[in-house]
Design a protein around this ligand. Sequence first.
Ligand code: JQB
Length: 263
Amino acid sequence: MRIDIVTIFPKYLAPLELSLIGRARRAGLVEIAVHDLRDFTHDRHRTVDDAPAGGGAGMVMRPEPWGEVLDRLCAPGGDDPSGADAPTPTLLVPSPSGERFDQPMAHELAGLERIAFACGRYEGIDERVLDEAATRMSVRPVSLGDYVLNGGEVAALAIIEAVVRLLPGVVGNAESLLEESHEGHLLEYPVYTRPATWRGREVPEVLASGHHARIAAWRHEQRLRRTARRRPDLIAAWLAEHRPTERELQILREEGHEQDRGS
Ligand code: JQB
């Protein structure tokens, strides 16, 4: 996979050299290029912003540098000799007004040969940039969640981390990915390690029992309880795909979840 990121703060993306993503890059499993939007300006002050049309607070990113950098990313050779054979990218535009990013979207993006991020700042990017880009590439405004960030860089980092760990060969333990893929709708169970007693707190006894069926049942119960307490919104989706046992219904009642099984 090839990933291009356009930003006025290239150093914000420095963490992409570290840890799992850094290793994946060095192994040639993913190619990441960061581009400074100001390199696509032509005035002495390298201006990227201007006052909003129609008035109002803050500044808006001017379209011209965006047009030029996107031209470059679409050009045959895609800006970098190593991107020469890469197809036109799918353009992801982080925005509080975008489609919510989630795990299914991470899997979808992991299946693409090439993605690019347009990281805005200020009050965002002139809308014509997205409209014009959509005439030559797939454009997807995406949101990390319902809160306001100062720009798209943190969203790009989060999305890249979620996507790159799904690429073949990136996560060493393929078992952990397989386990996750079976975990739809419910939160994870709590995990423990040594020592068996820490500050007077014990690791739950069942986990030392070696009784795999009992351990699996306990973990499932923990997932259901946690989800009902912390993310009751997820329970409806789980119920839509599972016929709950009497035991599971009892757990949901204990956690105060209201059953609405229709008429
Ligand atoms: C500028 C961003 C996010 C990109 C994601 C998320 O866009 C704005 N609108 C009003 C006030 C401030 C901004 C700041 N801003 C570019 C930009 C915010 C992304 C963003 C985001 N993805 N919250 N905020 N979940």
